[in-house]
Design a protein around this ligand. Structure first.
Ligand code: ATP
Length: 485
């Protein structure tokens, strides 16, 4: 990340806090690392992103239904899914600074430094070797790669490293109040992904919603990962939310459905008006234990191109393993071909918080503007896609008297059943506009003395800052049209 990118990222983080989008969790106690709370505008924006995803999945497709599974699941779920044995990252500690690194992060950072120094070839060789060793889980080889290249800790600047160890990312907690001689008996895990709640309910959902393959099950909800290095604001959190959809298909059709969902999901991102050049696909060369194909949809965050969503062809791995561990049949009878089989699955998995950060990154803008008298001014404006903006309409009486507040409140009363409105009467009108720009409100309506004469108001648009005079009766329709509600 260069200095300009870093400055922009820091500005977004400060703005998110100052304007009530995101706060560090339990901040009065100095916060909790990689855990965040969403404030008044943040929780609205987050809800709107979630709703937009949910609608695109469950309302816009006849064959996708939603569920809401519990966070706690029977512990055998995680044995069957492979998380107990495989959901871990290799980590290494620097003995002098005690700083812990994810091995891939340490090596990638070293390679990035080499690239900055113009040593492209060496950096590429190191990265290729890492991928090869990583694929074989060859920790001795990875340690040698770190030692041979004299990779240093960014805090102590030394090469004094521990051995590489596996670190399981699942949080454990105790369940129930019954004492047991074996403490392991009461252990449950906080789910590290929402997907398994869908797999264990596969037959319940298929039967009750009378679904025929191909069909999907969608879910949004919290997931928890004890990330080794949790940093970069809400990009990598220990408690976060996922929006996942598992699409159940006939074995052998996975390639075409994988391509289908790869295209569909990118279309969803672009439907928010985010430029296509800010996105790219990244195909996985190292596949997770459950996948026969996988890619990330990456976005050009201020911290560089990073994953926002994963598309995974999960084969029949999950259902087969749940069948094996539970002893319950999880097959589907396909009447078209007269066959019983365990369906294959294509998964689309997007982090809600990461999508939120994407929206902040896309929207945040420090603009220089020319005022009517020709002088220069600046404003911070959030160009949040209008349909997911936290507040859609601010209604502002020009002054706090002469009956203008009453008219403004009547407008709000008329509009608020349909979209989120905001009333404000304090401060000069220019300052009130700026506050709405800073939280991304697409429209402001100002009620002035002329309103009393002819029932017209000034409608101001956030992005163009253009103002027009419209009749009070037109406000609702104008917003419906523009917001595409
Ligand atoms: P990463 O490589 O960044 O650790 P991942 O490949 O492990 O992510 P998946 O298991 O595919 O991620 O999870 C699907 C999505 O969930 C990711 O694309 C991301 O948007 C989100 N996600 C995963 N881990 C986190 C986290 N710690 N904090 C916030 N979002 C996350």
């Amino acid at each position: 990340m260069n200095t300009a990118q870093d400055n922009r990222f820091q500005a977004i983080i400060s703005h998110a806090k100052e304007y009530g989008f995101v706060f560090p969790s339990s901040e009065i106690y100095d916060g909790l690392s990689a855990v965040y709370d969403y404030g008044p505008y943040g929780s609205e924006l987050k809800k709107n992103i979630r709703d937009y995803w949910w609608k695109s999945m469950t309302q816009m497709h006849d064959n996708i239904v939603g569920i809401d599974a519990a966070i706690f699941m029977h512990p055998t779920t995680w044995k069957a899914s492979g998380h107990i044995d495989n959901f871990s990252d290799p980590m290494i500690d620097n003995k002098d600074s005690k700083k812990r690194y994810r091995v891939d992060h340490l090596i990638e950072e070293h390679a990035a430094k080499l690239k900055e120094e113009g040593k492209e070839d060496l950096a590429e060789n190191i990265l290729q070797e890492m991928e090869m060793l990583d694929a074989k889980s060859d920790f001795t080889g990875l340690k040698k790669l770190i030692d041979d290249n004299k990779m240093v800790c960014s805090v102590s600047n030394t090469t004094n490293w521990t051995d590489i160890r596996q670190f399981n990312l699942m949080f454990k907690t105790e369940f129930g109040a019954i004492a047991s001689d074996n403490p392991e008996d009461n252990i449950v895990y906080l789910r590290p992904e929402t997907a398994q709640g869908i797999f264990v309910n596969f037959l319940n959902v298929q039967k009750t919603a009378r679904l025929k393959i191909p069909f999907g099950i969608a879910q949004t909800g919290k997931a928890f990962r004890n990330e080794i290095v949790a940093r970069q604001f809400i990009f990598r959190m220990r408690e976060f939310e996922q929006m996942e959809m598992q699409f159940f298909i006939r074995p052998g059709t996975q390639k075409e459905w994988y391509e289908h969902w790869k295209a569909e999901r990118l279309k969803w991102h672009l439907s928010l008006g985010i430029p296509a050049e800010k996105y790219r696909y990244h195909n996985h060369t190292k596949l997770a234990h459950y996948a026969d194909a996988a890619l990330d949809i990456e976005y050009d965050f201020p911290i560089g191109f990073k994953e926002v969503e994963g598309i995974h062809s999960r084969t029949d791995f999950d259902l087969s393993n749940h069948q094996k561990y539970s002893g319950k049949k999880l097959t589907y009878f396909d009447t078209e071909i007269n066959q019983h089989y365990i369906p294959y699955v294509i998964e689309t998995s997007i982090g809600l918080d990461r999508m939120f950060l994407l929206i902040l990154s896309h929207s945040y803008d420090e603009e220089t503007i020319t005022k009517e008298d020709g002088s220069k001014d600046s404003r911070v404006v959030m160009h949040i896609p209008e349909k997911i903006a936290p507040i859609k309409l601010a209604v502002l009486p020009l002054v706090k008297k002469d009956g203008l507040p009453d008219i403004a409140r009547d407008i709000i009363k008329d509009c608020r059943p349909y979209f989120k409105c905001f009333y404000e009467e304090k401060d000069a009108i220019g300052r009130r506009y700026r506050r709405q720009d800073a939280i991304g409100t697409p429209y402001c309506v100002t009620v002035d003395h002329q309103t009393k004469e002819d029932n017209t108001v000034t409608l101001r648009h956030r992005d163009s800052m253009q103002q027009s005079r419209i009749h009070i009766k037109e406000i609702k329709d104008k917003l419906f049209q523009s917001l595409n509600l």
